[in-house]
Write a protein that binds this ligand. Structure first.
Ligand SMILES: [Zn+2]
Length: 333
């Protein structure tokens, strides 16, 4: 625990929640634990510096982190993480072009411009693909600059259907869709796009690099962090648990997440097992409370899971995570 105060975290979350447009879609908060440190060693930020409140920073706080950073994943030749504010995206560079993922430019067009500039510092090869992790705007809005460069957009079929219905003006509609699984091949790199069922959305893709044994997953497996608010946009929290089991059954060693959790480190299978255990323990506690007639409000007040109190967002989101399971065990939906 160092570097950034809970007051600052609260201020950042308050800033995000105060943006009216963000409230219209399920979005991820900064989700940074108090101990979070991005790879640069600087304190984290859920927002670009322009929206930070310097007055919320205690005198001992470290300087603001850079608004963005690009790092090559250790031990790989061509796998990179681009972070802008509190969001992250993976990209893969090959001699035949670049496979980019989430534009992460919702309400901040500069993020997509910077993302492209960062790629072009590494390679002059064209950006051939943009893959959406899932359809939530905070990860995939703002992709037009990639489209203008000729990139082909790929997403799960449910993402395209949802986006076509929503017609949000700053979202590029996918050109190509995935059902259960597709393997993209470009310049000697294979990237699998795998659907593991409904979880945090009905269209989350796990992106797996089989040679590097790396996966990129967004929002549905927070590392040492609770689920977002009342776990919106899932049909059943049990399906969410099932999708984590499917991720565990895949062959991989390191997981790049869509937000810099737990100090900005990569995730491991142990992190997925831990998150699944959290959900299962929460589910069991809430089921008992539901059977005792305590759902919804009494359960939200009374249930505690002290084992997880060091996880990010425990104080803020535990009652809401309970609420989601209360609907399930106490109401059947
Ligand atoms: Zn999301």
């Amino acid at each position: 625990m160092s570097g950034i105060s809970s007051a600052l975290i609260s201020a950042m979350i308050a800033t995000i929640l105060a943006v009216p447009a963000l409230a219209q879609a399920p979005v991820q908060p900064p989700a940074l634990p108090p101990s979070a440190q991005p790879p640069s060693g600087q304190p984290p930020s859920g927002q670009p510096p322009s929206t930070q409140q310097p007055s919320a920073q205690p005198p001992s706080a470290q300087p603001s982190p850079p608004p963005f950073a690009t790092i090559k994943v250790e031990g790989t030749d061509n796998v990179y993480i681009f972070r802008y504010g509190g969001h992250q995206s993976m990209f893969v560079v090959t001699p035949q072009g670049v496979i980019a993922t989430d534009p992460i430019a919702y309400l901040r067009p500069q993020a997509a411009k910077t993302y492209i500039e960062e790629i072009q510092k590494i390679t002059k090869a064209p950006i051939r693909y943009v893959i959406y992790s899932h359809h939530h705007y905070d990860h995939i809005a703002g992709g037009k600059p990639f489209k203008d460069l000729g990139a082909r957009f790929v997403a799960h079929k449910n993402a395209r259907a949802r986006l076509a219905a929503l017609k949000y003006p700053d979202v590029v509609i996918p050109d190509q869709t995935v059902d259960q699984k597709t393997t993209l091949r470009l310049g000697g790199t294979a990237l699998e796009l795998i659907y593991v069922g409904r979880n945090h959305s009905d269209n989350s893709l796990v992106m797996r690099l089989p040679k590097e044994k790396i996966i990129f997953t967004v929002d549905f497996i927070p590392i040492q962090t609770l689920q977002f608010r009342n776990i919106p946009d899932n049909a059943s929290p049990i399906e969410l648990e099932e999708s984590l089991k499917k991720v565990l059954a895949l062959d991989w060693e390191r997981m790049i997440p869509g937000h810099p959790y737990a100090g900005g480190r990569l995730g491991t299978k142990k992190d997925v097992e831990d998150h699944l255990a959290y959900l299962q323990e929460l589910s069991a506690e809430v089921k008992k409370a539901a059977d005792a007639g305590k759902c919804i409000d009494a359960a939200m007040r009374e249930i505690k899971l002290p084992k997880y109190e060091s996880w990010a967002n425990y104080g803020q989101f535990l009652p809401m995570n309970i609420e989601r399971y209360c609907y399930w065990w106490g109401r059947g939906f």
